[in-house]
Each structure stands twice: as structure tokens, then as C-alpha cells.
Write a protein that binds this ligand. Structure first.
Ligand code: ADP
Ligand code: ASP
Ligand code: MG
Length: 412
């Protein structure tokens, strides 16, 4: 009841048949007094297909960031138009709006835009006129009116941000899984579905690769204190609530989940001066290009020569942009070499239960050791521990760690 924002991901609207089914489901469940705003992603693999199309013009299309946004935003526009037609064909008033029309104002960081303000007046007016309002996810417009996308998986963020701005009564994320699991169920067959998870733990899971929610969407949920209900498009059973604190019995765990990320690359700048300001020089240059650096390890290479190696990881998608920057900095610093490894992946455990619980890291490393998996780099946060491993062993790594913390026999 009330004002509800419902987001449907790409696989939920992958075909025209699915689009019609979504419209039918919404109408079957809609109470007469409900006001419904829908946020929709591009159909199926459309975004990937559009990227492949751009690659046929230039192998590195992300060099043309503004044009990538112009291209990628078309994907969501197809789905909003078709879904609106589906409602209209079923006799329901509905209207589609682009991100810009819905009042999603972003900065101008193309392909990685951030929402800076939302003025959803048009959405409110159309709701008042009795429409179901269907908004294109993943997109907004900057001060020049140019389309800007919010990073892969950005429709989640569009939905939660809109729910916050509209002071919606609930925000539901419909997807191809029936909730949040203790690991990606496509990789870990014994993953357990959660009834609820806190914003903080979900944010960490998402940041570390659990692609079911875009990290920024969880931040938005926390910011607006809107509970997010992640559930299946294809069943009606309740899924997982992401909220501030646990409300049910599910508090009794040390580790909340295992996340993994295969889209990682490791960069090593070898033989640079071991002097003050060097790390600043490397990482501030990357930061000004909006490249997020994740794991960082500095280790002495040669004590007599006072030189060191700097090893760090970035998202694989950022490599094209990062490589020339790193080469330039390495050149300025007279580095011996720059090595890039893309056959790496990151496996992480997440949970507030590990705070002040010293045995957890050892158990994670032990699980990897018993699966004969070598750890390349380790990093930690207050509520997570991450290990970089060879990408060929990532599934085994997830399975071994999951088995350690969620033994199958305890499941029932
Ligand atoms: P959508 O197109 O609906 O946005 P996504 O593919 O972005 O869907 O996200 C759903 C997918 O997230 C699932 O199919 C699942 O493989 C993956 N996933 C990764 N980690 C988790 C997790 N911990 N719990 C549930 N799903 C996860
Ligand atoms: N279509 C976009 C993507 O594939 C946004 C989304 O699905 O959330 O990343
Ligand atoms: Mg998604």
C-alpha cells in the first residue's frame, strides 16, 4: 500500500513475453490506492551487446565516454517504452520517462556518474494523473543535459535514490534470484538465503563483488533509511530485506557471506624510490582519473638502493584508462618495470561478527590452504578480509571458504 518503487533488472525484462508478464503481475498485485513507480533496466544482455557494437568501431570504446553514455542509455529507453506499451495494452494508464525527465541530475563523470540531486516533480505529477510511471534506470543527465550512466548495475541505484527522493513507502528490487545469499548461488550450490542483512554488511558484500546490488544503491538505502526488499521476479515469496539493523533471529553468525570478484587486475610498479610522497604521486593521479584503487601492498625490493615495489588492484574495466597513467608515473619515477596481471580474482568474507574475533582470518587462510590455493595479496577492512588468488581457482576458493563458515550439515 502507498507509494512503491519497484525495480526490474535486465533478466526480468529480457523478452517481450517477460515484459508483458511483469505488467500483468504488477496489475494483479496492485491495490487501488497504490501509486507505483517502476525503474527498469535494459532488456537481457542489451548493455553488453551495445558495448560489443561499440567495440566493432574501436577496440577501446570507453575512451569516448560521453558517446558510450549516449549509446548505453538507449538500452533502458527500449524497455521503458515497451513496458509502458504493455500496461497500456492491458488498459492501465502508464507513462515512460527517461532519467533526465524523472529529474535525476548527475555529475559529468561519464560512465561512472553520481546522482547529485533528484527533482522528481514530473514523476509526482504523472502519479497524480493516475499513471504507473516507468523510469529508465542507470541514467540521469548532467548540467548540460547530456545523458550520464551510473556504472554497471546502476539501475539499482536509480531505484533506491528515487524511492528516497519520493519518500516511498517501500523499495523492491526484482531480480533473477529470490534474495541475497551467503555467496553467489551460481557459484556456491549450498549458499543460504538470508531473511535480512544490514546496509553495512550488504554494502561490503556488494563492494567486494556480490553483483546482486550496486554498492551505491545500498549507500543510498542507508542514507535515506529505506528498507530494500530484494526478491524474485518469477515467484511471489518474500526475499531479503536490507535494513539498518537485524530484527529477527538471524544474528547468530560470525561471517555473513562470501563475495568474489573476477573483474580485477593487479598492477605492480617495480623498483621505485622508497621516499615520502611516492604513494601520493601514484594514487592521486589515479584518483583524479576517477579510478578506484583497491588492495595496496608496498614491499621493500632492495634495502641498499632504498627502492620498493608498489602492488595494487583496480577494476578490470578501468585498465584501459589506468595503463597510460601508470606508465607515465612509472616513467617519471624511473621504475624498473610495470607488470599487469589480469588472471587474478578476489575472494572475500564479510561480517560484523569478525570484529574482535582473531581466529577468522586464520580459518579463511586455512580453507584456502586445504584447497591448495595460493594467496597472492591480502587486505582487510573492519568487517571483511579479502584474498587475491588466481582466477582459475576462484570457484574452488569460494566453495572452500563457504564450506568452512557454513558447513552443509548445519543447514537444516
Ligand atoms: P539484474 O539484472 O536483476 O540487476 P544481476 O545479474 O545484476 O540482476 O544480479 C543478480 C545476480 O547476482 C544473480 O543472478 C546472482 O548470480 C548474482 N549474485 C552475486 N552474489 C550474490 C549473492 N550474494 N546473493 C544473490 N545473488 C548474487
Ligand atoms: N543495464 C545496465 C547494466 O547492464 C544497468 C543495470 O542493469 O542495472 O549494467
Ligand atoms: Mg543488476
Amino acid at each position: 500500500m502507498g507509494l512503491i518503487v519497484k525495480k526490474f533488472g535486465g533478466s526480468s525484462v529480457g523478452t517481450t513475453e517477460k515484459i508483458l508478464n511483469v505488467a500483468k503481475r504488477i496489475l494483479a498485485e496492485k491495490q487501488p490506492e497504490d501509486q507505483i513507480v517502476m525503474v527498469v533496466s535494459a532488456m537481457g544482455d542489451t548493455t553488453d551487446d551495445l558495448i560489443s557494437l561499440a567495440k566493432q568501431i574501436d577496440e577501446e570504446p570507453y575512451r569516448y565516454e560521453r558517446e558510450m553514455d549516449m549509446l548505453l542509455t538507449t538500452g533502458e529507453q527500449v524497455s521503458i517504452a515497451l513496458l509502458t506499451m504493455a500496461f497500456r495494452s492491458l488498459g492501465q494508464k502508464a507513462i515512460s520517462l527517461t532519467g533526465a525527465q524523472a529529474g535525476m541530475h548527475t555529475n559529468s563523470v561519464h560512465t561512472k556518474g553520481k546522482i547529485v540531486d533528484i527533482q522528481p516533480k514530473r514523476v509526482v505529477d504523472e502519479l497524480k494523473a493516475g499513471n504507473i510511471v516507468i523510469v529508465a534506470g542507470f541514467q540521469g543527465a548532467d548540467e548540460f543535459g547530456d545523458p550520464v550512466t551510473l556504472g554497471r548495475g546502476g539501475s539499482d541505484t536509480s531505484a533506491v535514490a528515487l524511492a528516497g527522493a519520493l519518500k516511498a513507502d517501500s523499495c523492491e528490487i526484482y531480480t533473477d534470484v529470490d534474495g541475497i545469499y551467503s555467496a553467489d548461488p551460481r557459484v556456491e550450490p549450498d549458499a543460504r538465503r538470508m531473511k535480512e542483512i544490514t546496509y553495512d554488511e550488504m554494502l561490503e558484500m556488494a563492494r567486494l563483488g556480490a553483483g546482486v546490488m550496486q554498492p551505491r544503491s545500498v549507500e543510498m538505502g542507508k542514507h535515506f533509511n529505506i528498507p530494500i526488499h530484494v526478491r524474485s521476479t518469477f515467484t511471489t515469496k518474500p526475499g531479503t530485506f536490507i535494513r539498518e539493523a537485524y530484527t529477527m533471529e538471524e544474528k547468530d553468525f560470525v561471517i555473513r557471506g562470501v563475495a568474489h570478484d573476477e573483474k580485477v587486475v593487479k598492477i605492480a610498479i617495480l623498483g621505485i624510490p622508497n621516499n615520502p610522497g611516492i604513494a601520493h604521486q601514484i594514487f592521486s593521479t589515479l584518483a583524479s582519473a576517477h579510478i578506484v584503487v583497491d588492495m595496496i601492498v608496498q614491499s621493500i625490493r632492495n634495502i641498499e638502493k632504498n627502492i620498493t615495489d608498489m602492488v595494487f588492484t583496480i577494476a578490470a574495466d578501468d585498465l584501459v584508462k589506468a595503463r597510460p597513467i601508470v606508465d607515465q608515473v612509472a616513467n617519471n619515477l624511473n621504475a624498473i618495470a610495470v607488470l599487469v596481471e589480469d588472471n587474478v580474482a578476489k575472494v572475500s568474507i564479510v561480517g560484523v561478527g569478525m570484529l574482535g574475533n582473531p581466529g577468522i582470518a586464520a580459518r579463511m587462510f586455512g580453507a584456502l590452504a586445504s584447497a591448495d590455493i595460493n594467496i597472492d595479496v591480502i587486505s582487510t577492512s573492519e568487517i571483511s578480509i579479502s584474498c587475491l588468488v588466481k582466477s582459475s581457482s576462484i570457484k574452488q576458493a569460494v566453495n572452500a571458504i563457504h564450506r568452512e563458515f557454513f558447513p552443509v550439515k548445519e543447514q537444516k
